[in-house]
Design a protein around this ligand. Sequence first.
Ligand code: ADP
Ligand code: S3P
Ligand code: MG
Length: 196
Amino acid sequence: MSEQLLTVADSLKDRARAALGSRNLILVGLMGAGKSSVGRIVASQLAIPFIDSDLEIERVSRMTIAELFAAYGEQEFRALEARVVKRLLKSGPRVVSTGGGAFINDRTRKHIKKGGLSVWLKADLDVLWERVNKRDTRPLLKTENPKQTLEGLMNARYPIYAQADLTVLSRDVRKEIMADEVLKAVIEAQKESAAS
Ligand SMILES: Nc1ncnc2c1ncn2[C@@H]1O[C@H](COP(=O)(O)OP(=O)(O)O)[C@@H](O)[C@H]1O
Ligand SMILES: O=C(O)C1=C[C@@H](OP(=O)(O)O)[C@@H](O)[C@H](O)C1
Ligand SMILES: [Mg+2]
């Protein structure tokens, strides 16, 4: 990379880091949008801690997400998720990637709204499907027609994800590019709030 390009890349992370301040950055969106993998890269670029709420839930419960759904059902999972997300957002700055249903739950959404800057990674059905059909770890997609289930979740959830502070289109490009787009959105949001 030329020296000039290196400077541009550095200034992107520095500017995003300054714009975020002590706030948390919380990634929301449907399964397969890239919250977990892009969130990890964003945190590393910003040099702040990264936490995936699903991994944290699995750590504290010593069960996988699939086991939790099977043993206690979705309602209990949502209650645990709400408690974990609330605790994770108590201090910042952090990047917190949530599970796809977190922002849909009223209680969890309130914690997220209060706990920092939320970013919706928005993707179309084919992009999501291409990514999630490779693994069968997601209990909500263990249905007869998982693609149709995913589409149903899109229709039900997209109006709620739209309440996030920022929206970034999750396209079929490298994860590092997606991470840069998240950083740019954080910078833009700060500029807009400074101007108003
Ligand atoms: N921009 C991307 N390009 C290619 N593959 C991606 C991209 N973002 C995510 N993936 C892949 O898609 C799958 C789902 O991503 P993940 O980060 O787990 O999404 P989420 O946490 O939103 O469900 C993973 O296998 C991941 O490697
Ligand atoms: O959309 C959902 O309700 C869920 C999404 C999953 O997380 P990812 O979005 O990271 O796959 C996980 O929390 C659980 O399977 C439920
Ligand atoms: Mg995830």
